[in-house]
Design a protein around this ligand. Structure first.
Ligand code: UDP
Length: 336
């Protein structure tokens, strides 16, 4: 999908993270100039190296909780689109520095909205299914206001994203920026960080390396898993749609699994033994989660195309190759 003039510049904040690198790749492949800013908090170095192979890619290391560097601001006249994907998204990562997580969403989103206003760029916020908290309504529709704890360990992320949505919609209401808000549900695929701490990467890495699979709680909690290429397609469609930007849109795959079912699927694909360690359920862990995607289907003509089993197979194959590669590094050889 072509976006405006190809001489325009697309800024991707958080472009070195998991979803960010896939988004950057799709935009670069479509011929766009892409400027990635990232603080490298959760990035895989290999992801940046892949992007740096494109001549139309540039990278500036920056943390959006700090004033944006001059090198970024100087591009303002050319920036036509801003994707804000900057924020650690896995519970152990975003809880490691909760104040930073909150400020990334509040101060960082505000800084990028100011840049959107200055440059006249359209702005897309990557929000989250976490705005629904531990939902009482199932599946979750965009008009459900959620059940979020504002005092628990997830609040820095959940409330941070809710605040980021609030300021984004305020910019739209005040006519200061043209905005889009995606509420992203659990997403997985190649290029995830093996130490990300999320369920898909944990289970696959454990099964591949012969360690017991860790299930938190009894494994009856559910999630709905979207393959990353589907998600990126949804993000670009949302950014480029001429829909009313004053409403959020759920992006996720409604195929819902219990964590136990996911563990069995991974074990089956990898051929790992039935070796499970049950661990305590983290505080405020949502019991179930599935997106209602009628809005995305109707407004964007978007639906996921990759079945969970196929996507998990592809992700297992990628991790298997990546772990082999890691074993073959000079450091690993020297350590043996
Ligand atoms: N989980 C698990 N084992 C793990 C990691 C996570 O059972 O090794 C559970 C976690 O408690 C949650 C679900 O898997 O119920 C999804 O967790 P994840 O961290 O991937 O994302 P969340 O949707 O909670 O943000």
């Amino acid at each position: 999908m072509m976006i405006g003039r190809t001489s325009d510049l697309i800024l991707v904040a958080g472009g070195a993270g998991f979803i960010g690198t896939h988004l950057c790749t799709a935009l670069l492949e479509a011929g766009h100039d892409v400027l990635c800013i990232d603080n490298l908090q959760t990035a895989r170095t290999a992801n940046i190296e892949l992007l740096e192979e494109y001549p139309n890619f540039s990278f500036i290391e920056a943390d959006i909780t700090e004033p944006l560097p001059r090198a970024v601001l100087s591009h303002a006249p050319r920036i036509s689109r801003i994707y804000n994907l900057a924020c650690a998204a896995s519970p152990p990562r975003y809880q490691a520095n909760p104040e930073h997580t909150m400020l990334t969403n509040v101060i960082g989103t505000s800084a990028l909205l100011q840049l959107a206003e200055l440059s006249g760029a359209r702005f897309l916020l990557s929000s989250t299914s976490e705005v629904y908290g531990d939902p009482e309504h199932h599946p979750q529709r965009e008009d459900y206001r959620g059940w979020v704890s504002c005092i628990g360990p997830r609040a820095c992320y959940d409330e941070g994203k809710r605040a980021a949505e609030a300021i984004t919609f305020d910019y739209a209401r005040l006519g200061r920026a043209d905005v889009r808000v995606a509420r992203i549900f659990n997403t997985y695929g190649p290029r995830m960080h093996p130490d990300d701490g999320r369920v898909v990467s944990n289970l696959i890495c454990q099964a591949l390396s012969g360690q017991p699979i860790t299930i938190y709680g009894d494994g009856t909690q559910t999630r709905s898993f979207c393959y990353v290429s589907d998600l990126v397609d949804g993000l670009i469609r949302l950014m480029e749609s001429e829909m009313d930007g004053t409403q959020p849109v759920n992006l996720g795959n409604p195929e819902e699994l219990t964590v136990r079912e996911l563990a069995e699927m991974v074990r089956d694909i990898v051929g790992a033994p039935d070796d499970i360690t049950f661990m305590p359920l983290p505080q405020d862990d949502p019991r179930r989660r599935r997106p209602d995607i009628s809005r995305a289907q109707e407004w964007l003509g978007w639906s996921p195309t990759v079945r969970v089993r196929d996507g998990v197979e592809r992700t297992c194959a990628w991790f298997a190759a990546d772990l082999d590669l890691a074993k073959a590094t000079p450091e690993a050889v020297a350590a043996e």
